[in-house]
Design a binder for this molecule. Structure first.
Ligand SMILES: C[S@@+](CC[C@H](N)C(=O)[O-])C[C@H]1O[C@@H](n2cnc3c(N)ncnc32)[C@H](O)[C@@H]1O
Length: 232
């Protein structure tokens, strides 16, 4: 049986409760979302301002900026030059924008444990809507149902047909994953409707420049007993 040497992310990431959940989104996955959902299904315009409130190293913000005006912040400074602000989206982000500065959309891959808070906050600050990339298991749960879906079901849920592998701290184009992700989207002026599927498009959506986000893991050091024994 062939062994997968890449870091696969399973259904549970086993993140400590106070973790930042540092799992960058493969850039191709955001392009696929823009191309197949955000523009054709939700009607985002190229003049719309998008806030990416947990921008990390820019893996999601950069592909968004290929089509939209993008604003960026994160609670932590990862050293990415495109990050405009260091701020806690849930606590420090103002909700009393004037009409000129309010973002049209909040688009994010938030920490899983804070995703409901990010959605609720996003709905308070965005003029047109909110879209979050979450594990498909996010659709389950009585508490989430009561707090989020029952009174305010998403406008659209978009499934990836291909897997979207995420690994901690970097983009790894060779990673694989047992975890499925979906986009949950709320558009203010649109009623809930049937889900959509993002068709196979990874190869089409990848760019050579995405490798700027890939930090290769150090080669594994393999102990060799024979060589060790030969040492004086
Ligand atoms: C799963 S990563 C996603 C990164 C990026 N959005 C992407 O898709 O590549 C989650 C990010 O949320 C940030 N974060 C965690 N709590 C936050 C908060 N309260 N406010 C803003 N950012 C936060 C982390 O620092 C981390 O960069």
């Amino acid at each position: 049986m062939s062994q997968n040497t890449s870091t696969a992310v399973m259904q549970r990431r086993n993140e400590p409760h106070d973790s930042l959940d540092d799992y960058p989104t493969p850039p191709w996955a955001t392009r696929a979302f823009v191309e197949h959902v955000l523009v054709p299904e939700l009607g985002a315009l190229e003049t719309d301002v998008i806030l990416e409130p947990c921008c990390n190293r820019g893996c999601m913000a950069v592909p968004l900026a290929e089509r939209f005006v993008v604003r960026t912040s994160d609670i932590h400074d990862y050293g990415w030059a495109g990050q405009q602000q260091v701020r806690d989206f849930l606590i420090d982000f103002p909700e009393d924008f004037d009409r000129e500065t309010v973002p049209h959309w909040v688009v994010a891959n938030p920490p899983f444990r804070l995703a409901v808070d990010f959605i609720e906050k996003g709905l308070r600050v965005a003029r047109r809507g909110v879209a979050v990339l979450v594990r498909s298991a996010f659709g389950e749960g009585i508490e989430r149902f009561e707090r989020l879906y029952r009174g305010n079901p998403p406008t659209i849920i978009a499934f990836y047909v291909e897997r979207v592998p995420m690994v901690r701290g970097r983009y790894d184009p060779d990673a694989s994953s047992a975890t499925a992700y979906v986009w949950m989207c709320w558009a203010r002026d649109q009623p809930p409707r049937a889900p959509v599927w993002i068709p196979p498009c990874r190869k089409l959506m990848e760019r050579s420049s995405d490798m700027d986000f890939a930090v290769r893991a150090e080669p594994e050091v393999v102990e060799c007993p024979l060589l060790d024994e030969a040492q004086p």
